[in-house]
Design a protein around this ligand. Structure first.
Ligand SMILES: [Fe+2]
Length: 179
């Protein structure tokens, strides 16, 4: 096999590959959890959440592929077994329960935030310790994808809270000044 000579030592590349395999496993688990809720959700917001989660698990499938191919780019091999994903993942599954829709949204927010914190730490490690700016840049993009997904889920929860509150009377709503 040809040596890979891109300015990183073999030890640096191995450390980056290891870290990427953890992100791959967590992203795969979050894909599975999002897709399961896409199937299971019931209630008045069924269609909204069913469709939002389809968009999100499709985006997570793209992210999984991108992480695996980044690992191959660095000469490594991505995990490709369910056993390996479970061993490498830091997210927890919730088997055998069927929570209400808002609880599902809340759990996914926590999972995205967990991944965002991991990714922020990995960006720092790749750039400051391992000097792999290419992977740091890649992980920043991935972190922003999770930040956007978490925002959409938070907006859903916030919208539910507003919908349950009594509406202010017209008198209480600030009117724009007339010109
Ligand atoms: Fe579907």
């Amino acid at each position: 096999m040809r040596p890979i000579n891109i300015g990183l030592t073999e030890a640096q590349r191995c450390d980056v590959i290891e870290l990427l395999n953890h992100d791959l496993a967590d992203t795969y688990l979050l894909l599975i959890k999002t897709r399961k809720y896409h199937w299971d959700v019931v209630g008045p917001q069924f269609r909204t959440l069913h469709e939002l989660w389809q968009e999100q698990y499709e985006a997570l499938a793209v992210a999984v592929d991108d992480i695996a191919e980044r690992i191959r780019t660095l000469g490594g091999y991505p995990i490709g077994t369910a056993e390996g994903f479970l061993r490498y993942a830091t997210l927890k599954e919730h088997p055998n329960d069927l929570p209400a829709a808002t609880e599902m949204v809340g759990r996914l927010i926590l999972d995205h935030e967990h991944l965002i914190r991991n990714l922020r730490h990995h960006v720092d490690k790749c750039s400051a310790t391992l000097h792999d700016e290419g992977t740091a840049d890649f992980l920043i993009g991935l972190m922003k994808t999770h930040e956007e997904m978490a925002w959409m889920l938070r907006s859903f929860i916030d919208g539910e809270a507003i919908a349950g509150r009594p509406q202010p009377s017209n008198r209480a709503v600030a009117q724009p000044a007339t010109l």
